[in-house]
Design a protein around this ligand. Structure first.
Ligand code: HEM
Length: 411
């Protein structure tokens, strides 16, 4: 990939020395995003800190729409072995495909997968999710001391939902172990490359042994649905293990991290919580504004050009990888007025919380259901408070999906 020598381009972009990711592990987005959006070209050249690969970074809403809607910019190619990448290691156990979505498609199970995450499936679990959120919160506020909304509310809610809806009945120890592997493998730093690869390998070994048992266990979960559908495809044990890995890594760190971040956003806006308390009809708008406002990923979605592609007057050469930061796009002032404000009555274009185009998050309904349950529970408890200043909250460093270590709160 080559960079034009335009005098208007910031020096670190022109010299190709700006490294990515930006190490913004807390909710505070790196100022680099705003600077690149305002002064950089539509596609900003960056160097991947952990691989040295040269990549393009997109931070503007209008450019992101073009990139994510263009089928010549391929997600599967970006995930393939040997592709330029932002992560320190390839996101797969050695010898595996590492792309459960492609595997489901090739097995003829794409529609089954989409239906299994669709509105009817989510409705079946909806009441349970709301009741579980209420029960967890009720137990906390009864105690009237300081509690941890991450460990005692958001994480168990996300973990139990992933078990009930996605993977099947996991024991508490099993669930904890899977989460440790996910945390170890889905990160930019804070573990060695050997530890990350070992975590992928251990997770894969676990699912090779247990995915079929989980799929056969009682309950109405997605792993069972894809494993027992006859017709177009029947997944081998090795394929089923990869699909289970997909459900875990796509479904749990995202939901748990996002619930934590969204809780903090709400508690930083007591006036919004009071408005939601008075008028629960505002909850769906609050869910969408949380998805726009609350940053989750510390990296970016990636696509690889299958041929030369023109975007905003620049050429992405065949084989180049483009990164799109959903967080930067969601805070683009060209698309959203006062982008850093949390506004329940916001009007504006669709947010990028679940992405856009061909790879729009298929888990969005389940995720929205979880966030909705969390918002309703918080709105019923308008006395809920952070027990520390927001700046004092400590965040896990290096994770792909932001998550605080604790959310100290009181009632
Ligand atoms: C708050 C929670 C969640 C958020 C914010 C979120 C966000 C996203 C985003 C932004 C993408 C697009 C990535 C891209 O364009 O490359 C995506 C893709 C995906 N998400 Fe989610 N997600 C969440 C929860 C879930 C859940 C619960 C599942 C359930 C399995 C899930 C499964 C997937 C899958 C399989 C993809 C890849 C789709 C594809 O490549 O075609 N997500 N998600």
């Amino acid at each position: 990939m080559t960079t034009a020598h335009d005098p208007a381009v910031p020096a670190d972009l022109a010299s190709g020395t700006l490294t990515y990711p930006f190490h913004d592990w807390s909710q505070q987005l790196s100022p680099h995003y705003a600077r690149l959006r305002e002064t950089g070209p539509p596609l900003c050249p960056v160097v991947a800190e952990y691989t040295g690969d040269r990549l393009w970074l997109v931070t503007r809403y209008a450019t992101a729409v073009q990139v994510l809607e263009d089928p010549r910019l391929s997600s599967a190619d970006a995930m393939a072995s040997g592709s330029p990448r932002q992560e320190p290691v390839e996101l797969r156990a050695p010898g595996t495909r590492g792309n459960g979505v492609a595997l489901l498609k090739e097995a003829g199970l794409r529609a089954v997968f989409a239906d299994g995450l669709g509105p009817r499936a989510v409705r079946r679990h909806h009441e349970w999710i709301r009741e579980r959120a209420d029960t967890l919160m009720h137990e906390l506020v009864q105690r009237r001391d300081t509690f941890d909304l991450a460990r005692e509310f958001a994480l168990p809610l996300a973990r139990e939902t992933a078990s009930r809806f996605l993977l099947g009945p996991l024991g508490a120890d099993e669930g904890e172990q899977l989460i440790r592997w996910a945390d170890l493998s889905l990160r930019f730093c804070g573990a060695t490359a050997e530890q990350m690869v070992a975590a992928f390998t251990d997770m894969h070994q676990y699912f090779l042994t247990h995915a079929r048992r989980l799929a056969d266990a009682p309950g109405e979960h997605l792993l069972k649905t894809v494993a027992t559908t006859t017709g177009a495809g029947r997944l081998s044990d090795a394929d089923l293990a990869e699909v289970a890995e997909l459900f875990l890594v796509a479904g749990y760190p995202t939901s748990s991290g996002f619930l934590c971040g969204a809780l903090i956003t709400l508690l930083r806006h007591p006036e919004a919580v009071m408005a939601l308390h008075r008028d629960p009809a505002l909850v769906p708008a609050a869910v969408e504004e949380l998805l726009r406002h609350t940053p989750l990923s510390t990296g970016a979605a990636r696509r690889r050009a299958t041929e030369d592609v023109q975007v905003d007057g620049m050429t992405i050469k065949a084989g180049d990888v483009v990164l799109v930061s959903m967080e930067a796009v969601n805070h683009d002032p060209e698309a959203f007025e006062e982008p850093d404000a949390f506004l329940l009555g916001r009007q504006g274009p669709a947010h990028f919380g679940f992405g856009r185009g061909l790879h729009f998050c298929p888990g969005n309904r389940l995720a929205r259901c979880l966030i909705d349950a969390m918002v309703r529970t918080v709105a019923r408890h308008p006395g809920l408070r952070l027990a520390v200043e927001p700046e004092e909250i400590r965040w896990h460093e290096g994770l792909f999906f932001r998550r605080p270590q604790t959310i100290p709160a009181s009632w």
